[in-house]
Ligand binder design. Structure first.
Ligand code: SAH
Length: 261
């Protein structure tokens, strides 16, 4: 297992999904089952790692927000190093590896060096956390489009005024908790109604998921009051109000917990 006919290694860049272990693809799970080495991130559920063979080396390379951690160059070099030794390396990343995840940068680095790369997409938290909060990103009566933004990029917060002034659909913000006050103020300045429904989802899809909802103008204060922490996803738009009638996950979770011995 894990050794390739050519004797050459390969790297599978795989999405682990947003947290709930059921939300991984068959492709990613199959790759894990034949892994010799797994490099995994902070946001990867530990249960998923158990699918790798016992002999597989597990290397934690997580980046916690706003903390020093294993640098990207070191991660790239580790991937290269193990692939060169003929191993099947699985690079397991939270959600989807190509959505705000640097999976593309890692793939580019390896491909330039002639390493075989395979990619297993994942369910991104922007979709799954919203769904588990009872928020559909589009709905025929409320929103016909959706945009995924980051609240924290290389250059800090980079909101695009000309786009956001006219965009009337659902806004999903990754890494948006820290700058939420600024994001909300900016959108209101750019003529989003202050009473637009909004939600913040902490630990989406997991058993400790927490969600707060409120108006755009008050959402940052509410999130701070509830001391919501990373990972958290922000959803802004009419659809956030649908949680009131569509919160399927949390009641089911309570019943599941109650029936456990
Ligand atoms: N590639 C990942 C995103 C990585 S950026 C994906 O596709 O989901 C990290 C950000 O993703 C976090 O700051 C948070 O905004 C979001 N995130 C990841 N997992 C989450 C979860 N379980 N619940 C809520 N937000 C999550």
């Amino acid at each position: 297992m894990g050794l390739h006919n050519s004797g050459k290694g390969k790297v599978t860049i795989a999405g682990a999904g947003p947290g709930d272990p059921g939300l991984i693809t068959v492709k990613a799970k199959t790759a894990l089952e034949s892994a010799d080495v797994v490099l995994y991130d902070n946001l990867v559920n530990a249960e998923i790692l158990d699918w790798a063979p016992v002999h597989a080396e597990r290397i934690y390379v997580g980046k916690k927000p706003y903390q020093r951690s294993v640098g990207q160059e070191t991660i790239n070099q580790l991937l290269h190093f193990h692939a060169l030794r003929g191993r099947h390396v699985v690079r397991l990343k939270g959600g989807d590896p190509f959505v705000f995840g640097r999976g593309a940068e890692e793939a580019q680095y390896l491909m330039k060096l002639g390493i075989e790369v395979d990619v297993a997409p994942g369910i991104t938290s922007g979709i799954a956390a919203a769904t588990y909060a009872g928020i559909p990103l589009t709905h025929r009566d409320h929103s016909q489009r959706v945009v995924f933004l980051t609240g924290h990029s290389k250059a800090g917060l980079e909101l695009q005024e000309d786009f956001l002034r006219v965009f009337d659909g659902t806004i999903v913000v990754y890494m948006g908790l820290k700058n939420l006050g600024q994001i909300a103020r900016q959108l209101i300045e750019w003529e989003r109604a202050p009473d637009t429904p909004a939600a913040v989802i902490e630990n989406g899809t997991m058993n400790n998921q927490r969600v707060i909802t409120g108006k755009l103008e008050e959402i940052a204060g509410l999130a701070a009051e509830a001391s919501l922490q990373s990972p958290a996803l922000v959803v802004i738009g009419e659809v956030a109000a649908l949680r009131d009638s569509l919160n399927w996950f949390e009641p089911a979770r309570i019943i599941a917990n109650q029936t456990q011995p």
